[in-house]
Design a protein around this ligand. Structure first.
Ligand code: NDP
Ligand SMILES: O=C(O)C1=N[C@H](C(=O)O)C[C@H](O)C1
Length: 270
């Protein structure tokens, strides 16, 4: 007898990632779409969540969080920080697990998510792609090996609609590098430069942000030494990788009851 399908609700159903997730969920043999959340006032409320694909899923987009989550095992949430936190409160009430892809949380908001993780099972990662999570491991190795004489700069580029900067992925890369070097990112990060900045302080980790067009997501970490430089780069050409990673995270959660996990644990890289 085959196992019951994993019942997945998608938040931000009209968003770039929301639509990618609805497509992925409806194509996966082991998952079923069980809810779709939209913002109050959105013109898509009441429409079938798969209408944009020219298909019917039988799930209507709703702004009623209890209704949208009532039949779900896992919520996949790529929205905005305040939206994710509102969704998590209802997930906790109903015992629904969650995969959080949203970026741009403050430290206080991250602490609230960690507290929810004491009661329900959560996966949270600023980047769900396998490639980026492997790059995070490579960066740890590179930073330890290049711990003297190399200046570290992180450059990221995204589409014109992105609202947070630097990207969650760039910040995660900075955290990995800073931790490998025994530095505190909050103390050593430099977010952009202008005017007479003075010479570069070797203890800093610099960030540069590019926004334009339809760039899905590019990240490069530069280790610039004397007479040589190393670049470790990842380029996304499709959001489908984020959606497939999110489904892996949702499947991982079916074996967990509480806790806050990262993609390194989902992918067995931890
Ligand atoms: N972890 C990862 O792998 C990835 C993370 N992301 C992150 O996911 C998030 C969403 O990205 P993207 O899909 O491009 O963004 P979009 O703007 O395309 O989609 C956001 C969705 O969330 C809805 N929304 C906006 N504000 C709220 C709120 N307060 N409460 C509930 N829903 C809300 C929007 O509704 P409406 O359409 O009505 O405005 C929209 O449906 C970003 O934080 C981004 O950085 C993106 C890609 C990969
Ligand atoms: O907003 C996006 O598009 C992306 N956001 C994530 C981030 O902030 O790191 C992941 C990916 O780069 C795409």
């Amino acid at each position: 007898m085959s196992a019951s399908p994993l019942r997945i609700a998608v938040a931000g159903a009209n968003g770039r990632m929301g639509r990618m997730l609805i497509e992925a969920v409806t194509q996966a043999n082991d998952c079923v779409l069980a809810g779709a959340l939209g913002l109050p006032g959105s013109p898509e409320l009441g429409q079938d969540a798969a209408a944009f694909l020219g298909r019917a899923s039988g799930v209507l987009i709703t702004a009623d969080l209890h209704q949208g989550l009532a039949h779900a095992d896992v919520l996949i949430d790529f929205t905005r920080p305040e939206g994710t936190l509102a969704h998590l409160a209802v997930c906790r009430e109903l015992g629904v697990k969650a995969v959080i892809g949203t970026t741009g949380f403050s430290d206080e908001q991250k602490a609230q998510i960690a507290e929810h993780g004491l009661h329900i099972a959560l996966v949270m990662a600023p980047n769900m792609s396998v490639g980026v999570n492997v790059v995070l491991r490579l960066l740890d190795m590179a930073a330890r090996a290049l711990n003297e004489g190399f200046d570290i700069e992180i450059v990221e580029a995204h589409h014109r609609h992105k609202v947070d900067a630097p990207s969650g992925t760039a910040l995660a890369m900075g955290e990995v590098v800073a931790s490998a070097l025994g530095r505190n990112l909050k103390e050593c990060a430099v977010y952009g430069r202008e005017g007479v900045t003075g010479e570069r302080d070797p203890s800093t980790i610099g960030f540069a942000t590019v926004r334009g067009g339809d760039i899905v997501g590019d990240h490069t970490v530069l280790f610039a030494g004397t007479g040589e430089r190393i670049e470790i780069a990842h380029k996304s050409s499709s959001r489908a990788t984020y959606a497939q990673g999110s489904l892996r995270a949702a499947r991982f959660l079916s074996g967990q009851s509480v806790g806050l996990f990262g993609m390194d644990q989902v992918l067995g890289l931890g």
